[in-house]
Design a protein around this ligand. Structure first.
Ligand code: COA
Length: 195
Protein backbone atom coordinates (compact mmCIF):
# COMPACT_ATOMS: atom_id res chain seq x y z
CA UNK A 1 0.00 0.00 0.00
CA UNK A 2 2.57 2.54 1.08
CA UNK A 3 5.66 3.18 -0.99
CA UNK A 4 7.42 5.39 1.51
CA UNK A 5 7.82 9.10 1.86
CA UNK A 6 10.69 9.69 -0.51
CA UNK A 7 9.06 8.23 -3.59
CA UNK A 8 5.90 10.27 -3.15
CA UNK A 9 4.63 12.65 -5.82
CA UNK A 10 2.11 14.67 -3.85
CA UNK A 11 -0.75 16.65 -5.27
CA UNK A 12 -3.11 18.90 -3.39
CA UNK A 13 -6.56 20.31 -3.69
CA UNK A 14 -8.77 22.42 -1.49
CA UNK A 15 -12.09 21.55 0.08
CA UNK A 16 -13.90 24.83 0.63
CA UNK A 17 -16.33 23.46 3.24
CA UNK A 18 -13.97 22.23 5.89
CA UNK A 19 -10.61 23.70 4.97
CA UNK A 20 -7.57 22.12 3.44
CA UNK A 21 -7.99 18.73 1.87
CA UNK A 22 -4.81 17.04 0.81
CA UNK A 23 -4.51 13.92 -1.29
CA UNK A 24 -1.30 12.08 -1.84
CA UNK A 25 -0.73 9.35 -4.38
CA UNK A 26 2.30 7.42 -5.47
CA UNK A 27 3.62 6.91 -9.01
CA UNK A 28 1.77 4.18 -10.84
CA UNK A 29 -1.17 4.18 -8.44
CA UNK A 30 -4.53 5.53 -9.53
CA UNK A 31 -6.00 5.78 -6.02
CA UNK A 32 -4.62 8.25 -3.49
CA UNK A 33 -2.79 6.51 -0.61
CA UNK A 34 -4.24 8.90 1.89
CA UNK A 35 -6.40 11.94 2.21
CA UNK A 36 -6.03 14.64 4.84
CA UNK A 37 -8.97 16.86 5.64
CA UNK A 38 -10.46 18.82 8.49
CA UNK A 39 -12.67 16.75 10.81
CA UNK A 40 -16.24 17.78 11.61
CA UNK A 41 -19.15 16.51 13.66
CA UNK A 42 -19.83 13.41 11.50
CA UNK A 43 -16.28 12.25 12.31
CA UNK A 44 -16.78 12.47 16.09
CA UNK A 45 -17.03 8.71 16.75
CA UNK A 46 -13.99 7.85 14.65
CA UNK A 47 -12.08 10.72 16.26
CA UNK A 48 -13.01 9.52 19.76
CA UNK A 49 -11.76 6.00 18.94
CA UNK A 50 -8.37 7.07 17.59
CA UNK A 51 -7.89 9.69 20.31
CA UNK A 52 -8.53 7.08 23.04
CA UNK A 53 -6.24 4.65 21.21
CA UNK A 54 -3.46 7.24 21.22
CA UNK A 55 -3.78 7.77 24.97
CA UNK A 56 -3.95 4.03 25.65
CA UNK A 57 -1.07 3.03 23.37
CA UNK A 58 1.24 5.92 24.28
CA UNK A 59 0.28 6.76 27.87
CA UNK A 60 3.52 8.62 28.59
CA UNK A 61 3.51 10.79 25.49
CA UNK A 62 0.44 12.97 25.99
CA UNK A 63 -0.62 15.53 28.59
CA UNK A 64 -4.00 13.85 29.02
CA UNK A 65 -4.84 10.26 29.99
CA UNK A 66 -7.00 7.40 28.72
CA UNK A 67 -8.54 7.10 32.19
CA UNK A 68 -9.79 10.70 32.06
CA UNK A 69 -10.98 10.89 28.46
CA UNK A 70 -12.59 7.45 28.24
CA UNK A 71 -14.99 8.64 30.95
CA UNK A 72 -15.94 11.79 29.09
CA UNK A 73 -19.23 11.88 27.17
CA UNK A 74 -19.19 11.69 23.38
CA UNK A 75 -20.33 15.32 23.28
CA UNK A 76 -17.00 16.43 24.73
CA UNK A 77 -15.25 15.08 21.64
CA UNK A 78 -17.60 16.99 19.34
CA UNK A 79 -16.95 20.17 21.34
CA UNK A 80 -13.26 19.94 20.47
CA UNK A 81 -14.14 20.66 16.85
CA UNK A 82 -15.45 24.05 18.03
CA UNK A 83 -12.43 24.96 20.14
CA UNK A 84 -9.82 23.49 17.79
CA UNK A 85 -9.21 22.81 14.16
CA UNK A 86 -8.63 19.06 13.96
CA UNK A 87 -7.21 17.36 10.88
CA UNK A 88 -7.61 13.69 10.09
CA UNK A 89 -5.63 11.47 7.73
CA UNK A 90 -7.64 8.72 6.03
CA UNK A 91 -6.43 5.58 4.31
CA UNK A 92 -9.24 3.92 2.33
CA UNK A 93 -11.70 6.00 4.38
CA UNK A 94 -10.28 4.75 7.71
CA UNK A 95 -9.07 7.45 10.06
CA UNK A 96 -5.36 6.69 10.59
CA UNK A 97 -3.95 9.92 12.01
CA UNK A 98 -4.98 13.10 13.79
CA UNK A 99 -3.56 16.45 14.83
CA UNK A 100 -5.22 19.49 16.44
CA UNK A 101 -4.62 23.22 16.45
CA UNK A 102 -5.96 26.17 18.42
CA UNK A 103 -4.85 29.79 18.73
CA UNK A 104 -4.11 31.13 22.20
CA UNK A 105 -6.48 33.74 23.61
CA UNK A 106 -5.81 37.23 24.89
CA UNK A 107 -4.59 40.47 23.29
CA UNK A 108 -0.91 39.60 23.64
CA UNK A 109 -1.00 35.86 22.89
CA UNK A 110 -3.34 35.44 19.94
CA UNK A 111 -0.45 35.41 17.46
CA UNK A 112 0.54 31.98 18.86
CA UNK A 113 -1.05 28.69 17.87
CA UNK A 114 -0.71 25.36 19.65
CA UNK A 115 -0.36 21.95 18.02
CA UNK A 116 -1.81 19.10 20.11
CA UNK A 117 -2.85 15.46 19.92
CA UNK A 118 -0.50 14.33 17.11
CA UNK A 119 -0.98 10.63 16.53
CA UNK A 120 -0.58 8.25 13.60
CA UNK A 121 -1.61 4.61 13.88
CA UNK A 122 1.45 2.31 13.78
CA UNK A 123 0.58 0.82 10.35
CA UNK A 124 0.59 4.32 8.78
CA UNK A 125 3.85 5.54 10.31
CA UNK A 126 6.77 6.25 8.05
CA UNK A 127 4.44 6.82 5.08
CA UNK A 128 4.30 10.62 4.96
CA UNK A 129 0.84 10.78 6.51
CA UNK A 130 2.18 12.47 9.65
CA UNK A 131 3.92 15.11 7.54
CA UNK A 132 0.78 15.72 5.46
CA UNK A 133 -1.20 16.26 8.66
CA UNK A 134 1.28 18.83 9.96
CA UNK A 135 1.49 20.53 6.56
CA UNK A 136 -2.31 20.93 6.57
CA UNK A 137 -2.16 22.36 10.06
CA UNK A 138 0.60 24.80 9.08
CA UNK A 139 -1.38 25.96 6.03
CA UNK A 140 -4.44 26.62 8.18
CA UNK A 141 -2.36 28.17 10.95
CA UNK A 142 -0.74 30.68 8.58
CA UNK A 143 -4.06 32.42 8.17
CA UNK A 144 -4.44 32.98 11.93
CA UNK A 145 -1.11 32.97 13.79
CA UNK A 146 2.57 33.81 13.39
CA UNK A 147 4.06 30.82 15.19
CA UNK A 148 3.05 27.32 16.23
CA UNK A 149 4.22 25.86 19.51
CA UNK A 150 4.11 22.31 20.79
CA UNK A 151 5.47 20.24 23.62
CA UNK A 152 6.90 16.75 23.33
CA UNK A 153 8.03 14.38 26.06
CA UNK A 154 11.83 14.46 26.06
CA UNK A 155 12.19 10.67 25.83
CA UNK A 156 10.01 10.52 22.67
CA UNK A 157 12.92 10.49 20.22
CA UNK A 158 10.85 9.59 17.16
CA UNK A 159 8.42 12.47 17.64
CA UNK A 160 11.26 14.93 18.34
CA UNK A 161 13.03 13.87 15.17
CA UNK A 162 9.78 14.10 13.20
CA UNK A 163 9.03 17.65 14.41
CA UNK A 164 12.59 18.74 13.66
CA UNK A 165 12.12 17.47 10.11
CA UNK A 166 8.93 19.56 9.96
CA UNK A 167 11.06 22.64 10.78
CA UNK A 168 10.14 22.96 14.44
CA UNK A 169 13.04 24.09 16.66
CA UNK A 170 13.61 23.10 20.26
CA UNK A 171 13.78 26.20 22.48
CA UNK A 172 13.35 24.99 26.02
CA UNK A 173 12.93 22.15 28.45
CA UNK A 174 10.27 22.01 31.14
CA UNK A 175 11.65 19.75 33.84
CA UNK A 176 9.16 17.36 35.45
CA UNK A 177 6.37 18.88 33.34
CA UNK A 178 4.17 15.79 33.67
CA UNK A 179 3.64 13.40 36.56
CA UNK A 180 1.90 10.11 35.86
CA UNK A 181 1.68 7.05 38.08
CA UNK A 182 4.40 8.53 40.27
CA UNK A 183 6.88 9.05 37.42
CA UNK A 184 8.02 12.46 36.14
CA UNK A 185 8.45 13.39 32.49
CA UNK A 186 10.39 16.35 31.10
CA UNK A 187 8.87 18.12 28.12
CA UNK A 188 10.78 19.75 25.26
CA UNK A 189 9.26 23.04 24.02
CA UNK A 190 9.29 23.45 20.24
CA UNK A 191 8.26 26.25 17.90
CA UNK A 192 7.92 26.88 14.20
CA UNK A 193 7.77 30.53 13.11
CA UNK A 194 5.57 30.96 10.05
CA UNK A 195 7.01 34.18 8.63
C1 COA B 1 5.11 11.05 16.25
C2 COA B 1 4.46 10.46 15.02
C3 COA B 1 3.17 11.20 14.70
C4 COA B 1 5.42 10.66 13.82
O1 COA B 1 4.88 10.05 12.69
P1 COA B 1 5.79 9.00 11.88
O2 COA B 1 5.03 8.55 10.69
O3 COA B 1 6.23 7.95 12.85
O4 COA B 1 6.99 9.95 11.48
P2 COA B 1 8.07 9.72 10.34
O5 COA B 1 8.32 8.26 10.13
O6 COA B 1 7.69 10.55 9.17
O7 COA B 1 9.37 10.40 11.00
C5 COA B 1 9.95 9.85 12.13
C6 COA B 1 11.43 10.18 12.16
O8 COA B 1 12.00 9.65 13.36
C7 COA B 1 13.02 8.72 13.02
N1 COA B 1 12.97 7.70 14.06
C8 COA B 1 12.27 6.55 14.08
N2 COA B 1 12.48 5.91 15.24
C9 COA B 1 13.33 6.68 15.96
C10 COA B 1 13.93 6.57 17.23
N3 COA B 1 13.69 5.52 18.01
N4 COA B 1 14.77 7.54 17.64
C11 COA B 1 15.02 8.61 16.87
N5 COA B 1 14.46 8.79 15.65
C12 COA B 1 13.63 7.83 15.20
C13 COA B 1 12.69 8.25 11.63
O9 COA B 1 13.83 7.74 10.98
C14 COA B 1 12.20 9.57 11.02
O10 COA B 1 13.28 10.44 10.79
P3 COA B 1 13.86 10.72 9.31
O11 COA B 1 12.77 11.39 8.57
O12 COA B 1 15.03 11.61 9.53
O13 COA B 1 14.22 9.38 8.74
C15 COA B 1 4.14 8.94 15.22
O14 COA B 1 5.34 8.22 15.37
C16 COA B 1 3.23 8.68 16.39
O15 COA B 1 2.01 8.78 16.28
N6 COA B 1 3.82 8.32 17.54
C17 COA B 1 3.05 7.97 18.75
C18 COA B 1 2.33 9.18 19.35
C19 COA B 1 3.27 10.33 19.61
O16 COA B 1 4.39 10.17 20.06
N7 COA B 1 2.76 11.53 19.32
C20 COA B 1 3.50 12.77 19.51
C21 COA B 1 3.07 13.40 20.78
S1 COA B 1 3.92 14.98 21.01
Amino acid sequence: MFNGRNSATPFHKTDTDLGALKERSFPGMSEPCFIVRRLGNPDADAFRLIRLESLQQNPNDFGSTFEKESNEPSASFVERFDRSTVFGGFVRERLMGIVGFFPLEGPKRSHIGVLWGMYVRPEARGTGLAAALVESLIEAGRERVEQIQLTVVASNARARRFYQRMNFSEYGLEKKALKYNGAYFDEVLMVRFLN
